[in-house]
Design a protein. Structure first.
Lengths: 296, 251
């Protein structure tokens, strides 16, 4: 089996400006934040971000990396909206494609299955059809003749998802209660990357969780990056919960340019190792063991 | 102890689930969360509740029960939630930043979608929910800003839009009730536009009319939202011992 390990710089080197990039996770949960931070430090720009949006979208918007966002929502879960995404939309800084979150799922599924669209009732009658004039309907060729939305495939140039454990050949294990749509992000993408809390020997997967948690096969991955604490400040249960205090700090800092510049200098202008030391879930001054439980 | 306004709101939310069999109850907001549990413990015993994360829970846990103390019944990650939504085996109370005469709901953006004056969370699952299973709305701050003639971005689909969306949009569409801090509303009119169904005790019809940004259908006799039975009152207290509902809805 080939060794697919790379580091964050190696991952970023595989990306290029103008790409359509899918980001796994959901809201402020299990986001590949270390990879997002690496993109923030890079020259990449003009990205189309496809995401069940959380602070990944906000941070990339704040750094001017984004041309367009494809989303059903952008939320921080415990805080309803992301301040940077709000500002980007309200100032017209980005283009947007807003669809029902189920349509979004079908778009990824269609891309994974290499079909041009999948039919759904979701979207009919709503302004999703008005604000996305490119969306079309399709009429059932069978007796019912129902006219449904033809959700187009969301084909991705690259996708990045974050998992709890992985092996060197790129099989991934998700130990939290919800795998979200990570498998489909990978399936929809041409270049596929997973970041992980820890790379472990393949034979140890079952020591961490049952077979059902081993849900990302190496058929779906081209590269794997070890990024302990790499979902911070989003939740990555059972390894760690969302860092609510840090998330509040992130939102508060977004209030004006000066405080944001200070936040960015302190947490975003530094490399990942320094970030983990000063802010990460395993930072020494708090040195808390991973908490159990799936609630958020 | 006489029921508070928040008690009436929670009870009105419970009524959304009356007559439901074995369907998944999803409820956003405090009054809806209490209402779904109350319905489950009384007149809708087969209702299936969620833990708000990735599971279905057994029974009707008290608000704020730590995740580790819940009895889980089944795995329900988001990908499976869509299977349930699209199967129709769900009844939902969503919140609404704006709701209009025809039952459209907006949680997407205020103003012109292309460049909104306020970007909200996004349409989320509202378009798909409303054309697949019964949906109701909870608005804890009834005002002309939340009850508007026409919502800015149709996220949840109302009756007129379901009609113009064609038979596939109409087929499973139902906006059952809108519950606000002032009263309960339905669409039981020939034109499927919003009607005042009941006012909560202590609220006048004039007050509702004044707080609504469009012309409501007002029946000749507007009943009061029904009072909780002594059992229901006790259950409300048991389900929300810290009185979180009183923080969401002031007297």
């Amino acid at each position: 089996m080939s060794d697919k390990q790379l580091d964050l710089d190696g991952l970023v080197a595989e990306l290029s400006s103008g790409m359509t990039l899918g980001i796994g996770g959901w809201g402020s949960r299990r986001k590949p934040m270390a990879a997002v931070r690496a993109i923030l430090r890079s020259d990449l720009t003009d990205l189309t971000i496809v995401s069940y949006g959380g602070p990944d979208v906000g941070l990339l918007c704040a750094a001017g990396k984004v041309a367009k966002v494809v989303y059903g929502f952008v939320t921080l879960d415990s805080i309803p909206t992301d301040p940077h995404f709000k500002r980007a939309r309200q100032t017209g800084a980005i283009e947007a494609m807003e669809v029902d979150e189920g349509m979004f799922y079908l778009g990824l599924l269609a891309a994974s299955q290499r079909v041009p669209f999948l039919p759904t009732r979701a979207g009919l009658g709503s302004d999703v059809m008005r604000v996305n004039p490119g969306l079309k309907t399709v009429t059932s060729p069978y007796e019912d003749g129902e006219e449904l939305v033809a959700m187009p495939a969301l084909n991705l140039d690259a996708a990045i998802v974050h998992v709890n454990r992985a092996d060197t050949s790129g099989s991934g294990q998700i130990l939290g209660p919800d795998p979200f749509f990570d498998e489909l992000f990978l399936g929809a993408a041409r270049k596929r990357f997973i970041t992980t809390e820890a790379i472990i020997p393949t034979e140890e997967f079952l020591d961490h969780g049952p077979i059902q948690t081993m849900c990302i096969s190496r058929l779906l991955t081209d590269g794997v990056v070890a990024t302990p604490g790499g979902a911070h400040f989003t939740a990555c249960v059972p390894d760690y919960q969302r860092d609510e205090a840090f998330q509040k700090e992130y939102v508060t800092a977004a209030a004006d340019d000066d405080s944001w510049a200070a936040f960015a200098a302190r947490y975003l202008a530094i490399d990942e190792a320094s970030y983990q030391q000063s802010a990460g879930p395993f930072r020494s001054e708090t040195a808390q063991p991973p908490r159990e439980g799936g609630g958020q | 102890m006489s029921p508070t306004r928040a008690d009436y709101c929670a009870l009105a939310c419970a009524e959304v689930f009356r007559g439901d069999g074995e369907v998944m109850a999803s409820a956003f907001g405090t009054a809806p969360a209490i209402g779904a549990r109350l319905a489950r413990l009384t007149f809708a015993p087969d209702l299936v509740l969620t833990d708000g994360d990735a599971a279905l829970v057994s029974g009707a846990p008290v608000l704020g029960t730590p995740p580790g103390s819940l009895v889980l019944e089944s795995h329900m990650p988001y990908r499976k939630v869509f299977d349930v939504v699209w199967s129709g085996r769900r009844n939902l109370i969503m919140m609404a930043s704006q709701v209009d005469r025809s039952g459209n709901q907006n949680i997407s953006a205020i103003g012109d979608w292309a460049r909104p004056s306020a970007q909200l969370v996004g349409v989320r699952g509202a378009p798909g929910n409303t054309v697949n299973h019964s949906t109701s709305y909870w608005v804890p701050n009834h005002s002309p800003r939340s009850f508007v003639e026409q919502v800015d971005v149709v996220s949840g689909v109302g009756y007129e839009r379901a009609d113009s969306g064609g038979p596939a949009a109409r087929r499973f569409h139902e906006i059952r009730f809108v519950v606000s801090n002032l009263g309960v509303f339905d669409f039981d009119t020939p034109s499927r536009t919003m009607r005042l169904r009941s006012v909560h005790p202590g609220v006048s019809v004039d007050q509702v009319v004044e707080a609504t940004g469009f012309t409501l259908t007002i029946p000749d006799n507007v009943p009061l939202t029904r009072e909780p039975t002594p059992d229901e009152q006790q259950l409300l207290q048991m389900l929300d011992p810290k009185g979180l509902r009183e923080r969401e809805v002031k007297e």
